[in-house]
Design a protein around this ligand. Structure first.
Ligand code: GLN
Length: 495
């Protein structure tokens, strides 16, 4: 077999079990692809020794007839996950040199399931961003281009390295995290699948915290089946995370029948945004038609508080971030600024944080501190929390009326050029999350499925939002959509 790096998880798993390939061969193929793809800046810490060691161990297990679900499958890990002895920097200067003494629960579960870690993937600093441009490593680049135009495009963010690596076949799959859309938006921008599970499905232990009431890990994969396989390995109760749910994890892959007859799919009218490109409107309508042809019933629904989601998110997420990021003080982790004669502890904090955090992170810490300050707490933070409850209730009402899943566009546009959105207007960047933040605020599962190309040849994704804890059913609807959309486009290799 050639081009083993191009395989998906399920295909590679089946080939491994049949003895057609070895994990070492798969891993070497990915390592070669990674080394030839520095132009994408997707992998920021490569771990070939760990990868080959795990691949050899996986081959032994497979030979011994003891192959767990991800056995021998090479994947990338977002830099937000703490990985023991391996740099874990959350793409921030302030965590320079930080090598954790522990492994995140999710990456440990993947390793226990036999997965092979190839290295750490680029991302926006502390997962704040939608374009991977806030990374201390420099931005990851999308493997996609607008026709023959060689302008570099964003793979999206914050899981931009994960998206770029999976889309360019540098690995079979990757982990991502999603606080306001960071799995689903980059997946949509790069023509891959990404699911953010229900809040509490995956343990947050050992994942650098951004906004703890919103953060969830999830898989970014080449197709829906792979997402089901990898999600199952990532999920489960963890006593080390008090918000992780004590619920059994079903066999998600077994739930992929493609049969969605009689399912009710809601189309929320509030997601029809002014100025949305006609192509996205059309893709959305086509997606509804595909689900209808597959036997689902399409119903119009209303989620009336949608327009308040983005402002509420950009109060709640910075508030939690300002608290979570207080720990980076130059004492406990990573980097400390050079101090001048006579500097005391206050100067040490100030200098370390001023040079260690990038602009976007500083902006969020300041907004968060402001909305939590004594005089403004009620006006901003408490108000945003009330709005959050209303947004959650909108979804609950829709589900109570019998809706099984909700179909929306994943993003309001296709991927854009690096540098096209200026730092002078951060709100322009925040608008990328308009269709995804609602799902985090409500704690629901959401999946992005590639469904078409725009006229420049760039991928577009559709989002399906499901009932809490029903990722299996949601993935099955996504599977039906994937089958109907038949998206097979790949970027033309230029790197
Ligand atoms: N783009 C959003 C933000 O900047 C979401 C990020 C995320 O999901 N981690 O906050």
């Amino acid at each position: 077999m050639s081009d083993l790096n191009k395989l998906g998880l399920a295909e590679a798993r089946d080939a491994l079990r049949k003895g057609e390939v070895t994990s070492v061969e798969l891993t070497e193929s990915c390592l070669t692809a990674i080394d030839a793809a520095d132009a994408l800046n997707a992998f920021v810490h490569k771990t070939p020794e760990i990868a080959l060691e795990r691949a050899k161990a996986a081959d032994e297990r497979i030979k011994g007839g003891d192959a767990p679900s991800m056995c021998g499958l090479p994947i990338g890990i977002k830099d937000l996950f703490c990985t023991k002895g391996v740099p874990s920097q959350a793409a921030s200067k302030i965590l320079e040199g930080f090598k954790p003494e522990y492994e995140s629960t999710v990456s440990q579960q993947l390793a226990d399931a036999g997965a092979v870690m190839l290295g750490k993937l680029n991302m926006d600093e502390f997962a704040m961003g939608s374009s991977n441009e806030t990374s201390v490593y420099g931005n990851a680049v999308s493997p996609w281009r607008r026709g023959n135009d060689d302008a570099q495009l964003t793979p999206g963010g914050s899981s931009g390295g994960s998206a770029s690596a999976v889309s360019a076949d540098l690995c079979l799959a990757a982990t991502g995290t999603d606080t306001g859309g960071s799995i689903r938006q980059p997946a949509a921008f790069t023509g891959i699948t990404g699911i953010k599970p229900t809040y509490g499905r995956c343990s947050r232990w050992g994942i650098v915290a951004f906004a703890s009431s919103l953060d969830q890990a999830g898989p970014m994969t080449k197709n829906v089946r792979d997402a089901a396989i990898m999600l199952e390995a990532m999920c489960g109760h963890d006593p080390k995370d008090s918000t992780s749910a004590e619920l059994a994890v079903p066999n998600f892959e077994a739930m992929l029948t493609g049969d969605i007859k009689g399912k009710k799919i809601g189309i929320p009218k509030e997601y029809r945004m002014d100025g949305m490109p006609a192509e996205i409107e059309k893709l959305w309508a086509d997606g509804a038609e595909m689900l209808k042809d597959a036997g689902a019933e399409i119903v119009d629904i209303s989620l009336p508080h949608t327009k308040y989601a983005l402002p509420a998110y950009y109060v709640i997420a910075p508030a939690e971030a300002s608290s979570n990021l207080a720990r980076y003080d130059g004492v406990r982790y990573g980097r400390r600024a050079q101090l001048a004669q006579g500097d005391g502890i206050t100067e040490m904090y100030e200098k370390t944080r001023a040079e260690g955090f990038g602009h976007e992170v500083q902006r969020r810490v300041m907004i968060g501190t402001y909305v939590l300050s004594a005089g403004f707490y009620d006006a901003y933070y408490n108000r945003a929390r009330k709005v959050r409850t209303l947004i959650k209730k909108d979804f609950e009402d829709a589900f109570a009326a019998g809706v099984d899943a909700i179909l929306t566009p994943a993003t309001p546009s296709a991927s854009f050029g690096l540098g096209e959105m200026t730092e002078a207007d951060p709100v322009q960047m925040y608008l990328n999350d308009v269709f995804t933040v609602t799902v985090n605020l409500a704690g629901l599962p959401g999946v992005s499925v590639p469904a078409g190309l725009d006229k420049q040849g760039l991928p577009l994704g559709l989002q399906l939002i499901g009932r809490p804890w029903e990722e299996g059913d949601l993935l099955n609807t996504a599977y039906a959509l994937e089958n109907a959309a038949g998206f097979v486009a790949k970027p033309t290799k230029w790197w």
